[in-house]
Ligand binder design. Structure first.
Ligand SMILES: [Zn+2]
Length: 356
């Protein structure tokens, strides 16, 4: 079941620029399911699954090259210095929140050295200190070292770190680390494990999304797709419920389609095709509130002569925090919707104009 795929991907550590462990997991999961795998100079994994005629399909859709992208990297930390008493100073890689840090468990480096982000006991804090977040520059990670040199040996400068969180069931929901975007990676792995599609499919696992969509652009340049879908984990802010305010997305309401975010205006023809596919097969879907966040679509749609691109996202609560929460039904429906949209791409209206 998919839960195993998501668990493996969620537990792997791969902060932006250091995606090796995630890449290894992915290469194992897709082995034998794709016709070609290329690793490019930045570390993007570019897979190719050739078009194949299936039952009820008279011919393949020649000339269509569909890129499906999910980013391997997660937000995290990097070691930047030490205190004389063995504390480790660090900075963020990707968008993180100072308020979350004190008291958190982290894991540092290849050996996953455990650490705790230091926290001043409440007994010692003054009232006004409790009202503001401690800036990251003033935080240190405690790995149990008692001197600068001991800390330096355990975690040399530039060592990556991330949160330490277990993959768990929460009632009918799932919780774990780095669902942004290991959930997209898991959806993409499942799509590649299916039988061939009537269109050429390029499944791309990208690097360095969280630091500015850096891997996806060069991957799209190489693939030269006619269309692209970006598979993401996106913000669900449905808990606690806010009166009279529409949440960005909600858990359990199906895959989230984007119309516009800070990185892209989704291709309307692709969005309409996703809606038509969902309606036809009774798959729930929702729209992500416009104007919020960005994805690899922001880089992909601007490559070469332009690529019609649309994001499809699994709603996740608490993304960019230590633990995110998702509804496995949204996950399943995202796999289904994307799969059917690919199998029925020939039914897309305005395919001619969209493919040039
Ligand atoms: Zn993401």
């Amino acid at each position: 079941m998919s839960a195993m795929i998501l668990e493996k991907l969620s537990s792997a550590v791969g902060v932006s620029g250091n995606e090796d462990a995630v890449r290894e997991v992915i290469l194992k999961l897709i082995k034998g399911h794709v016709d070609d795998v290329t690793l490019d100079s930045m570390g993007n994994v570019i897979t190719y699954k050739a078009a194949h005629t299936t039952r009820g399909q008279s011919s393949t859709q020649a000339g269509l090259r569909i890129m499906l992208a999910a980013h391997m990297d997660e937000v995290g930390l990097m070691v930047t210095g030490y205190t004389s008493d063995g504390g480790i100073k660090f900075r963020y890689i990707g968008g993180m929140d100072d308020r979350l840090m004190p008291g958190l468990r982290v894991q540092i480096g290849k050996d996953r050295t455990p650490g705790v982000i230091g926290l001043k006991a409440i007994h010692n804090t003054k009232h006004n200190e409790r009202e503001k977040a401690v800036p990251v520059e003033s935080l240190v990670i405690d790995v149990g070292a008692s001197s600068k040199s001991e800390a330096e040996t355990l975690a040399p400068l530039g060592t990556y770190g991330t949160f330490l969180a277990e993959y768990r069931r929460l009632g009918n929901l799932l919780s774990g680390k780095a669902f942004d975007d290991r959930v997209g990676c898991a959806v993409l792995v499942e799509l590649l494990q299916q039988k061939a599609y009537p269109v050429d499919v390029f499944g791309v696992f990208t690097v360095q999304e969280e630091v500015g969509l850096r891997g996806a652009g060069i991957a799209a340049y190489r693939v030269n797709p006619t269309h692209a879908f970006v598979l993401e984990g996106t913000i669900a802010d449905d808990l606690p419920k806010k009166k009279d305010e529409s949440p960005t997305t909600q858990l359990g309401k199906g895959p989230a389609l984007s119309v516009l975010d800070r990185s892209v205006i989704a291709d309307r023809r692709l969005v309409d095709h996703l809606i038509a596919t969902a309606d036809k097969h009774d798959i729930p879907y929702q729209f992500k509130q416009p104007g919020i966040g960005g994805t690899d679509a922001g880089a992909i749609h601007l490559v070469r002569e332009g690529v019609p691109t649309a994001p499809i996202s699994v709603p996740c609560r608490y993304i960019h925090g230590p633990v995110a929460v998702l509804d496995p039904r949204d996950y399943r429906n995202t796999v289904r919707l994307t799969e059917l949209a690919l199998r029925e791409l020939h039914q897309m209206e305005a395919l001619e104009s969209a493919s040039g």
